[in-house]
Design a protein around this ligand. Structure first.
Ligand code: FAD
Ligand code: FES
Length: 256
């Protein structure tokens, strides 16, 4: 992990309150592995004090550009939204654990994303496709206006869409569409989605999730991001820190 000062190349709205931020720098793919996250200082002043965690949505093949997608939520992301081309961002990265990229060519890979959990799955899907994975993506959004990157995921393979209000794709949750016809499943999104996945997916299947917990320090010191280990597998473990032991976990290693 190191501090990177990165120049903004673009920062544009691509869906309702969803922004695509492109950053210029040097991003070695052996360090910036899918699942790892960035800790971004959103302000040049003291407020807000804490950095904001964001996923890596893509790294260009020449390793000189990184894409981050963010949803405008509160003070930090509102400041990010105001940044212009040529501004610089102070980014601690890469942090946390990565998704397991160890697959065999021809394996069936499911990517299951909900809302702002979708971005890290794009970079992951690209890397798994390069390794010969057959990618199928399940993307869930609140509604059509909030949906994004569907064509990008279509470039990786088959895509199933679900929206809560039915304005695009299946009406309901993305987990309604999941079956067990996969070799490995990777997910990122809200906690209720992970809870449903735990009920659908047997414990012996390869399945991974990335937590988007609230964070403080991002480096394992403050315990703001703790999550509960599954007592069946970790009877003597207190808590995991999403920023240090995570954000990527095996699906059944956490208790919600
Ligand atoms: C590892 C990781 C990766 C993430 N990747 C992305 C990403 O790629 N794109 C993206 O848009 N967001 C991502 N998030 C979530 C993002 O960090 C928060 O949305 C952001 O910190 C909100 O900051 P804010 O100052 O705009 O809002 P705040 O003012 O801090 O909060 C606004 C509202 O959002 C809620 N909130 C804040 N943080 C979280 C959170 N982590 N989970 C749930 N609710 C929260 C608050 O309770 C409040 O209601 C990620 C989080 C983690 C931990
Ligand atoms: S954010 Fe401080 S310990 Fe995880």
């Amino acid at each position: 992990m190191k501090k990177n000062i990165l120049e903004i190349q673009s920062n544009k709205e691509i869906a309702h309150e969803i922004f695509e931020l492109k950053l210029k720098g040097e991003f070695k793919k052996e360090e910036f592995i899918p699942g790892k996250f960035l800790h971004i200082k959103c302000s040049d002043n003291i407020h807000p004090l804490l950095r904001r965690p964001m996923s890596i949505c893509d790294i260009s093949d020449d390793e000189k550009q990184m894409t981050v997608l963010y949803r405008v939520e509160g003070s930090g992301t509102k400041l990010l939204q105001k940044k212009s081309i040529g501004d610089f961002l102070d980014v601690l990265a890469p942090l946390g654990t990565a998704y397991d990229l160890d697959i065999r060519a021809g394996e069936k890979i499911f990517l299951v994303g909900g809302g702002i959990g979708v971005p890290p799955l794009y970079y992951l899907g690209k890397e798994l496709k390069k390794r010969g994975g057959i990618i199928k993506s399940f993307l869930g959004f609140s509604n059509r206006a909030d949906s994004f990157y569907i064509n990008e995921f279509k470039d990786l393979g088959e895509v199933e869409i679900a929206t809560v209000d039915g304005s695009l794709g299946h009406k309901g949750f993305v987990t309604d569409k999941i079956n067990l016809d996969f070799d490995a499943l990777y997910s990122c999104g809200p906690t209720p989605m992970f809870k449903t996945l735990q009920t659908l997916i047997p414990e012996d299947k390869r399945a991974y999730i990335a937590m988007e917990e609230r964070m403080g320090c991002g480096i394992g010191a403050c315990l703001a991001c703790v999550c509960k280990p599954n007592s069946k597998y970790f009877p003597n473990k207190g808590y995991f820190r999403a920023c240090k032991e995570g954000p990527v976990f095996k699906l059944h290693d956490l208790e919600f």
